[in-house]
Ligand binder design. Structure first.
Ligand SMILES: Nc1ccn([C@@H]2O[C@H](COP(=O)(O)OP(=O)(O)OP(=O)(O)O)[C@@H](O)[C@H]2O)c(=O)n1
Ligand SMILES: C[C@](O)(CO)[C@H](O)COP(=O)(O)O
Length: 235
């Protein structure tokens, strides 16, 4: 069976969340958010191994969770870098797999079906990202707080993770970005700028990135809805 390795990045400081504890370690239904995320990748048969990238000061407690929650696909827990891009780059060095999924540790509502769809998208086309159509009207604002343009919403999609690539191609794209001083807000941007066509695979509106305080309320709500519908039972 074709498989992919995963780099899960969780070395951010959660500045926009503003909590004393980094957001990836806050409890959701009694379990750290990062553990919820890892458990989805652990269960998915298409995932062969996982590298977890955390803050230097959190490596040890994450290793303990890996052991106590039985996350035996996590082969390495390593310290990240100062930007998300640096953390992904470090994680990519620790995998051997031909294909890699890059995922935010703070997107715990990813599902096996989404991981599966993302892998299939990459295997068919070379690179793929999850995304959902934008529901709001989006405007471009000038430096003085006035509208300068209203892009056609039909061509706007909000990008999520996971994102799937050939691992060596993504490493080369990261190295080119480092050489050029280019910083992207996702990994797709790094291969796009080198001419790779990236396939959009439809994600899910509930695959939120926990970023700001109100996201914790959304997260609790998504979680309780899944429990009510019995979607949290996995074995
Ligand atoms: N140096 C960094 C920065 C971010 N991340 C990870 O990248 C994901 C998406 O980043 P974001 O939501 O922006 O997290 P933070 O950087 O922690 O948040 P903020 O920008 O508000 O500080 C998170 O899982 C975060 O832990 C990382 O591994 N290393
Ligand atoms: C990769 C990402 O989650 C796609 O939506 C997002 O771009 C990360 O951005 P952030 O600046 O780290 O929030």
């Amino acid at each position: 069976m074709r498989q992919a390795g995963a780099v899960i990045v969780a070395a951010g400081r959660g500045t926009r969340m503003g909590t004393a504890e980094s957001k990836q370690y806050l409890l959701l239904d009694g379990k750290p958010i990062i553990v919820h995320t890892l458990e989805v990748f652990q269960r998915e048969p298409l995932v062969s191994e996982i590298v977890l990238v955390t803050g230097e000061q959190d490596v040890e407690r994450c290793r303990q969770w890996v052991s106590s929650y039985g996350l035996n696909k996590v082969t390495k827990v390593i310290p990240g870098g100062s930007e998300r891009q640096d953390s992904v780059y470090k994680g990519l060095q620790e995998l051997a797999a031909e294909w890699v999924l890059v995922h935010d540790g703070v997107r715990p509502f990813v599902t096996g079906a989404l991981i599966h769809a993302c892998c299939e998208g990459a295997w068919e086309s070379g690179a793929s990202v999850l995304a959902v159509p934008v529901k709001d009207t989006v405007k471009v604002i000038d430096g003085e707080g006035f509208v300068s343009a209203t892009p056609d919403r039909r061509s706007l999609w909000a990008i999520q993770t996971p994102q799937a690539f050939r691992r060596l191609e993504l490493i080369e794209a990261h190295e080119a970005a480092r050489r050029d001083g280019f910083s992207g807000t996702d990994d797709s941007m790094l291969v796009e700028r080198r001419g790779t066509r990236v396939k959009i695979v439809e994600g899910d509106y509930s695959n939120i990135k926990i970023t700001t305080p109100e996201d914790l309320d959304f997260a609790a709500w998504i979680r309780s809805g899944r429990q009510r519908r019995g979607e949290d039972k996995h074995d």
